[in-house]
Design a protein around this ligand. Structure first.
Ligand SMILES: Nc1nc2c(ncn2[C@@H]2O[C@H](COP(=O)(O)OP(=O)(O)O)[C@@H](O)[C@H]2O)c(=O)[nH]1
Ligand SMILES: [Mg+2]
Length: 297
């Protein structure tokens, strides 16, 4: 990796590495191509990216074809994208689609009959520039844990998600969902030996909701912080924050931006959690959600 690439390029490269599907890999490669250094020294790099783009295009095509062949049997696993994956789980007509639409602006069908959503529906929720993946699961019913209504598939996605939103219009609905989850080995917000612990928020979408607060609470389920980076002297990039584990330090940010940055890192300036805006901090400084960091190497 040439040393003289920009932070934008590094971000695109990280996105490429972290992307889990050919489509998102291709998008990241295109971004890398867009922001690649244009000087002579970047020639090899640009050639390498072009090559990867053409390979990835073929892979996207191949994937499309095999999916078409499979036709009516879509895979039920939901690939993770963005900062983290939240699954909406609830009974039929509990308001899952309504909530998904509220959170993400997606245009999912809201219907007055049961079982409208037989496949998981995925949309991205924006949280201050960070993208959180929200998955509406097919409805859970009494007996899902015993195999009813595609229960095993639904519950396996819930198990694999980073956190849950339990959607319920009433206490009774909530209890059914909790009972089914427990029967399949999942406990919510409570650690029980031998059970899988999931953080969860219980939401009734038909009660008045303060959307920014709700998005905040949902983001908090992920135990992550957003960090915006900025180049010395430049403007903060609020469009593409890093999503890092709680208590991450300046050093962690540097290592995310570039392998070499971490070694070369001298200090950073931070806006947000510090006493003064732009305060100089050490490598070990623990960042808070939505801090802006300027890294000096
Ligand atoms: N109890 C209640 N139901 C509502 C309200 N607003 C809409 N609904 C209905 O709730 C039903 C279920 O909505 P939907 O989001 O599709 O639920 P899903 O099956 O969990 O995805 C629809 O028939 C809506 O018309 C409300 O304020 N209270
Ligand atoms: Mg629905």
């Amino acid at each position: 990796m040439p040393a003289n690439v920009t932070i934008e390029f590094e971000k695109a490269r990280i996105e490429y590495q972290q992307a889990s599907s050919p489509d998102t890999k291709l998008a990241a490669l295109r971004e890398m191509q867009r922001v690649a250094p244009s000087h002579k020294g970047g020639e090899n790099l640009r050639r390498d990216i072009s090559k990867k783009i053409s390979q990835m295009r073929k892979e996207v095509e191949r994937k499309k074809k095999t999916e078409k062949k499979r036709g009516s049997k879509p895979s039920i696993a939901v690939k993770k994208e963005g900062i983290g994956q939240i699954a909406l789980i609830g009974m039929p007509n509990s308001g899952k689609s309504s909530l998904l639409n509220m959170l993400t602006g997606a245009d999912t069908k809201v219907a007055s009959y049961q079982f409208t959503t037989k496949k998981p529906v995925v949309a991205m929720m924006d949280y201050f520039g960070g993208k959180v993946q929200v998955v509406e699961l097919p409805a859970l019913v009494e007996g899902s844990s015993q195999g009813k209504a595609n229960g095993p598939e639904v519950l396996s996605i819930a198990r694999n998600s980073d956190a849950l939103v339990l959607v319920a219009k009433s206490r009774a609905e909530q209890e059914v969902v909790e009972k089914e989850l427990l029967a399949s080995g999942i406990t919510l917000n409570k650690r029980v030996e031998g059970k899988l612990f999931k953080k969860a928020l219980i939401v009734n979408p038909f009660e008045e909701q303060h959307l920014p607060k709700l998005r905040e609470k949902i983001f908090r389920l992920l135990d992550k912080i957003l960090v915006y980076t900025k180049k010395p002297g430049g403007k903060a990039d609020y469009g593409k924050p890093l999503g890092l584990p709680l208590h991450s330090t300046v050093k962690d940010v540097a290592s995310h931006l570039h392998k070499d940055f971490e070694k070369r890192l001298r200090f950073a300036r931070v806006w947000g959690s510090t006493k003064f805006p732009g305060q100089k901090v050490s490598k070990e400084y623990q960042l808070h959600n939505r801090d802006v960091v300027e890294v000096f190497a």
